[in-house]
Design a protein around this ligand. Sequence first.
Ligand SMILES: NC(=O)c1ccc[n+]([C@@H]2O[C@H](COP(=O)([O-])OP(=O)(O)OC[C@H]3O[C@@H](n4cnc5c(N)ncnc54)[C@H](OP(=O)(O)O)[C@@H]3O)[C@@H](O)[C@H]2O)c1
Length: 307
Amino acid sequence: MSIFTLLSKKGPTGFSGADTAESVTKGLDLTGKTILLTGCNSGLGREALRVLTSRGARVIGLARTLEKAAEACRSAGNLAIPIACELSDPQGVRSAVAAVKALKVPLDAIMANAGIMALPKLKQAHGYELQFFTNHIGHFALIHGLLGLLTEKGRVVVMSSSAHRMAPKTGIEFGNLSGERGYGAWKHYGQSKLANLLFAKELNRRFAGSSKTAYAVHPGVIATNLGRNMNPAANLLFGLVGPVFLKTIPQGASTEVFAAVHPEAPHFAGRYLADNNPSTNSDLGDDAALAKRLWEASEEIVRKTGG
Ligand SMILES: NC(=O)c1ccc[n+]([C@@H]2O[C@H](COP(=O)([O-])OP(=O)(O)OC[C@H]3O[C@@H](n4cnc5c(N)ncnc54)[C@H](OP(=O)(O)O)[C@@H]3O)[C@@H](O)[C@H]2O)c1
């Protein structure tokens, strides 16, 4: 048992950070529900896929390639449907939206789980810094394309991170979305995760008057493939200390699964959730004017890049 697990305390939902995706869904029958999940082939997404299908949900599993999505979906039994979606490719996102629409099934939840972290050197797609473009713009375009499929009480769960606090002081550097005016691996990961958080909150505001809800999630700190871009020594250390100090993958997958399917989650709509409970985000994360500006800038980027 990790030190994290030993120190975990229950919050208002009755769960703690030590709960797993299995324990937060214990007793839930998700038969008849359909949930779309990005990044279904690895880490937290793969565990969410496994647990959601084990509870009877149909999961539309998205991964960079059809092969990766199909392999993961096969491992989860016959309730999962694989679709390719390379989030940094606007055409790929458009094709994924079309493929999901062709299934003609309403979506009870969309889980924007996929992500990349801390690329050591500046990388770009369509002239935009790659973490911002993948983690935020890819999901923004995908979710926009699918909003019409959401059920009346549909939920959108956007994976953020406590690393949203590493974003630049101004929050989103609208004048440097290319990264060319100064790049930092963690600063730009932080910016992308702040964008995820602002997007979830703004989406929830725009859902006002309906029963649809949106949530931002910090999953905890978990040794997964996400660390692949960190320097090898840091990654090795992370892997070694993980079992002692960090969350396990089943624990890390719990909060996004809680937000997507637990009957109590809508009480916390529009919130930043961590450890299966409402948590506190940075002040920038609550800046509604910044969120609105990001929304408008994102629409423009999607339009310009053909998404
Ligand atoms: N692990 C943590 O400690 C931690 C902490 C805070 C937040 N998070 C967030 O949790 C989420 C899941 O991360 P994880 O820890 O499970 O990492 P992971 O094992 O690396 O999984 C990330 C998933 O995202 C997919 N992905 C990456 N780039 C993509 C792209 N361009 N298009 C489509 N899919 C793409 C990956 O596909 P490939 O396998 O093909 O690369 C993989 O399926 C991420 O959003 C991450 O930022 C994780």
